[in-house]
Design a binder for this molecule. Structure first.
Ligand code: PLP
Length: 485
């Protein structure tokens, strides 16, 4: 007996669906076009949360109804990183071009783990472009991952396998006392990579930083010597190109020299800063990155590609593959047909099924071009310098860290002998709740700082002025003890 056809998951009425999809697309384009008219952020009310605390729907619902819930209960209550006033943490702004490309990728429903298909070739194109951008050799390899947290973990794993040999993949560390190094200003995911890889966070040395928040290379050399003298096995240095707190760039050339001398793996966490290579004024600050053994970075930060799009670039593709490829599967690959075209992206990381992150990245680079993306990056740094000037010209404000790139850490002086940390923390929360601007806060030398990380290509000088005005207004209101507005 023939099984009857199931109810379809494709549209019942394509014309009706098409009309609805045009409305949905229009809504998102309206959102991007009108973003300045919205608050940067607002807290989601209980009604919005309640819309997502319902039992599993059994019967089919209408697309238009689902879309209405999205428009009313989700869209107004996102983090706000599309908005030009968003300066909290290091989040990219995304672009309408990237949004459309993401829709095309979902339409293809490409699984880019491998096989003989053009989407894999698109990903290889990004690899060749990144090789060109970073001055890496032909033999290098790259792979898309969720983000730099994953790419840093993979960097540690490639270095471990290179140091101990592929046998480490069966035997684990087998007691090898591997030690890694990074700066006190490094992102927490470097320690997490040591944790997840089984090396342990106790085997990570967090080296002190100098006045410019860069790793102290002399102290690093001493730590390596101390560990060697104690019978340990140094293997990995993670430099940072753009620290998340202040935007500091380690002296990558000095780290490359030291790593070469000590025969250690030289990895660069360039999560947001590495794509500064696209910006003529910033690229020279990254000198030495071309000598890295591996670079982890995100297209979803300064690259403005919609989330998520992290990347790991490895100088020696053979070493990269040796850390992840399953030889049994890899050697059995076909040379003909759909199962040809090896090696595949799945040979360069832990993911088998994986989405088509390369397409939104390709569209972004293809449509906007390296020059325009580089100019957007340069502009965020120009705005940071402008904010630095505003802070220095305003008696109530003080700068908390040098401005290297696009991050400005400052604070309101508040009352003499007052609790400046709590005061500035309140100002940051006031700003968030006002919807005017969304900086974050961080701790610099033990003091709370208001931190403006300017990453979004939409941010303009007027948004910086609004931030400064907001800090002064909320600061004054709190000092006077008067409610504002
Ligand atoms: C953002 C960031 C990370 C983490 O990257 P994700 O893409 O969020 O995983 C790591 N290091 C630095 C310096 C960062 O700025």
């Amino acid at each position: 007996m023939l099984p009857p056809d199931p109810p379809s998951l494709d549209p019942e009425d394509w014309d009706d669906f098409r009309a609805q999809s045009h409305r949905m697309l229009d809504d998102m384009l309206d959102y991007a076009q009108g973003i300045r008219q919205r608050p940067v952020w607002q807290a989601a009310p209980e009604t919005a949360r309640a819309a997502f605390a319902r039992p599993l729907p059994q019967a089919p619902g209408q697309l238009a109804d689902a879309h209405a819930v999205f428009i009313e209960q989700v869209l107004p209550y996102a983090v706000g990183n599309v908005h030009p006033g968003f300066m909290g943490w290091v989040h990219g702004g995304g672009t309408p071009v990237g949004m459309l490309a993401e829709m095309l990728a979902a339409g293809l429903n490409a699984n880019v783990g491998g096989r003989n298909q053009m989407p894999v070739e698109v990903e290889r194109q990004i690899g060749r472009w990144m090789r060109e951008l970073f001055g890496f050799p032909e033999s290098s390899s790259g792979v898309f991952v969720t983000g730099t947290s994953m790419a840093n973990l993979m960097g540690v794993l490639v270095a471990r396998t290179q140091t101990l040999g592929v046998a480490a993949r069966q035997q684990g560390l087998a007691g090898a006392p591997l030690v890694a190094y990074t700066s006190a200003g490094a992102h927490g995911c470097i320690a997490q990579a040591m944790d997840l890889s089984g090396l342990g966070t106790a085997s990570l040395r967090r080296i002190a930083v100098n006045a410019s928040q860069q790793i102290d290379v002399a102290a690093l050399a001493q730590a390596i010597a101390r560990d060697r003298a104690a019978g340990l096995r140094p293997f990995f240095i993670a430099g940072t190109a753009g620290t998340v707190d202040t935007g500091a760039i380690d002296d990558l050339s000095a780290l490359a020299d030291l790593a070469a001398r000590e025969k250690l793996w030289f990895h660069v966490d360039g999560a947001y800063g590495a794509l500064g290579m696209l910006a003529p004024a910033i690229a020279p600050l990254l000198a030495g990155i071309e000598r890295a053994d591996s670079i982890a970075f995100d297209f979803h930060k300064w690259g403005q590609v919609p989330y998520d799009a992290g990347y790991l670039l490895v100088r020696d593709g053979a070493q990269h593959m040796a850390a992840f490829a399953a030889p049994a599967a890899y050697l059995r690959r076909e040379v003909r047909g759909l199962a040809g075209g090896s090696p595949w992206p799945c040979d360069f990381g832990p993911d088998l099924s994986r989405g088509f992150r390369a397409l939104k990245t390709w569209f972004t680079l293809q449509v906007h071009g390296a020059e325009r993306l580089g100019a957007a990056i340069d502009h965020t740094c120009a705005l940071a310098r402008y904010l630095e000037q505003q802070v220095e010209a305003t008696p109530e404000l003080e700068l908390m860290a040098p401005v290297t790139l696009n991050i400005v850490c400052f604070r309101h002086r508040g009352r003499p002998h007052g609790d400046s940390d709590a005061f500035n923390g309140e100002i940051v929360a006031d700003l968030h709740e006002s919807g005017i601007a969304a900086p974050s806060s961080t701790t610099i030398d033990g003091h709370l700082a208001i931190r403006a990380a300017i990453v979004n290509h939409r941010t303009r000088a007027a948004d910086i002025d609004a931030l400064v005005a907001g800090v002064l207004r909320f600061g004054a209101a709190r000092l006077n003890g008067t409610p504002y507005e």
